[in-house]
Write a protein that binds this ligand. Sequence first.
Ligand SMILES: [Fe+2]
Length: 393
Amino acid sequence: MIGYRKILEQAARQMILIHDPDVLIRLIIKIVIKAIGLEHAGFLLYEEEKGYYTLTVSGGKSGTKLSEGFARVRRENPMVKYFSYGYRFWRDDFLIHSRIKRTLESKKMLKDPLRRQLLKELQYQMELHKAEVCLPCFFRDKLVGIVILGKKMKRKTFTFSELGYLSILASDVAMAIENAKLFQGIRIQLDKNRKLFLRMIEVLGGAIEAKDKYTSGHTSRVAVLSLKIFEELCRRGIVKKKNYQEKLRMKEMLHIAALLHDIGKIGIPEHIINKQGPLTPEERHIIEQHPVIGVNILYPLRKEFKDAILGIKHHHERYDGRGYPEGRRGCHIPLIAAIIGLADAYDAMTSDRPYRKALAKERAIGEIRKNKGTQFRPDIVEAFLNVLMREEV
Ligand SMILES: [Fe+2]
């Protein structure tokens, strides 16, 4: 088998695994330039929302390649018309500049002015794109893109077997592009849904605050700080996750738990939540039920929110085991809960409460430091201090 065929066949097999159209086209163009030995090559990709073809990728020697993004080809362009509407001057479906030139020079063509005109326009378009050969990429009947091939190195000419092979590859490329576009569309939609979902959770978290007149903005501040601590823990290698997806999932669970950590307060009488002055032991007992009430509220989502629910349930545990509701200690407290516990305590200290004024930031930090290893997990305190330090710089 000829060397370039082997390379291109390997590439074709890998194409279908790439789900980003830009990455995919870039890879193909790079391989084609190398395998065939071209001065440059490019790809005109049809962009549905814009209604025209854009030169998305251009590779090769500087000085010979075209500028990406600038070249635009409309649907009424002769090259698009030639490929799309089935005008055929030759048996194959590629445009070769030298062949067009030869045909125009032959006397036979002079007899048909319309055909001659179209060929002249095609010749002009190919020169504009420094194209020696243009190949259509069809998916079903749709012209997905046009491959532009520049001159071959050392003035070599294209062989018909090479071009025939490349045109088969072009249809594989078209299928891979459509596949990648489909994946990209699904990803965008999923991302939109996820954002909408988190906004809804945020709204729900905000609804809890309506009951507690002293905690305006508390849940979103706790969420922001918790996520920053989490990122810092990842940077320090304390959160070790096998892969990126797992880390993302954990981060999302933390985000949800932080926004809903006090959802159980919905079940606590308002006069206890907003009480001026210290709570009686009975009132304290009632208020300490809020993590478990939260778990009960979220029971219908126990499968999807498993880790977030654990974070909510244990956000008032202490590192030394003197917290509630279970008195868990050390590493038995879920990481998500321990992060929220610290962010919650810091935000509570730096906000006005019914029974006291807000502490200054420095005093609150001092309190966190003092309770490192008793109330708070030491590595989370370190990560938190680093987050604050970085923000001050
Ligand atoms: Fe709480």
